[in-house]
Design a protein around this ligand. Structure first.
Ligand code: SF4
Length: 274
């Protein structure tokens, strides 16, 4: 079963590169200790562990210290785009009077990159080829606004853009299960903590499902939709996710797995997967 067209280069801008960022996620976002961050904090306040050079003081110990929120978060590459391209290497520390603007731009670009990620995958899905031109034009619009001046980014009508992107993504999703099975697969209403070890989940629509702590060890996910699914502590050890659809790096980072888990080619193994 092959539903993805391979294109390594196209994913590069959506891989987060913390060495080219300025600690934006560790500063701009609101955190709660209950969600696996070091301490409750408001947006715009740097994390207590953020060093002056924007590295994390406890990065090698994140797993040991159970910082699941930090491990799970992924910015889709928005951080380096804002730091290096939009602000040309100038950071919120260099320009404290523009810090709030920079954080607001980061949050907006993060949301746009998240949509770009899904659209990029949609464009590479072989069954969705008839919609390729519509998807491509939404991606081009996204790339353009994410290179624009901060004022234009902040005044961009995100909701209207999201509405158009969702409309296309829904059409793409409708094409997929039919390509894997003759009809969409029925899935349980509740996955929370359930045992689905070794099950064939191919063609299932798990979009927005709470898969928290469910056991999918050795399960198969060809063409399975993961759009917005909550995969915190979901067990994917020895599972085959290589042809899963709309699975993100953040979802993978939040889940449990190992080096025998098969991932979509554009996602990386989290350091916690041994
Ligand atoms: S602990 Fe490290 S990774 Fe987590 S928010 Fe703080 S600086 Fe960022």
């Amino acid at each position: 079963m092959l539903i993805h067209e391979r294109n390594d280069k196209i994913w590069e801008p959506m891989k987060s590169n913390c060495s080219k960022c300025s600690g934006l996620c560790c500063t701009a976002l609101f955190f709660s200790k209950a969600d696996g961050f070091p301490k409750d904090k408001v947006s715009g306040q740097p994390c207590i562990n953020l060093l002056n050079d924007y590295r994390c003081k406890i990065h090698p110990q994140l797993e040991k210290q159970k910082m699941k929120g930090c491990i799970g978060y992924d910015c889709f590459g928005a951080g380096q785009q804002v730091t290096q391209i939009i602000y040309q290497g100038q950071t919120w520390r260099d320009m404290p009077n523009r810090a709030t603007e920079i954080f607001d731009v980061f949050i907006m670009v993060f949301k746009l990159y998240q949509i770009r990620y899904y659209l990029t995958e949609a464009m590479l899905l072989i069954p969705a080829q008839p919609l390729k031109n519509s998807v491509q034009s939404l991606i081009e619009e996204n790339i353009k606004i994410c290179q624009d001046q901060p004022g234009n980014i902040l005044s961009f009508d995100l909701e209207q853009y999201r509405h158009r992107a969702n409309h296309i993504l829904k059409q793409v999703c409708k094409l997929l299960p039919q390509s894997v099975h003759s009809e969409g697969k029925k899935v349980p209403a509740n996955f929370l903590g359930g045992n689905f070890k070794g099950q064939d989940m191919s063609g299932a629509d798990l979009s927005a499902k709470l898969l928290i702590a469910a056991n999918f060890e050795k399960s198969l996910f060809n063409g399975t939709l993961f759009l917005g699914a909550d995969t915190r502590d979901t067990n994917f050890k020895n599972a085959d996710l290589s042809e899963a659809v709309f699975l993100t790096q953040g979802q993978v980072n939040s889940a449990k797995g190992n080096r025998q888990t098969k991932l979509p080619y554009h996602l990386d193994y989290p350091v916690t997967w041994k």
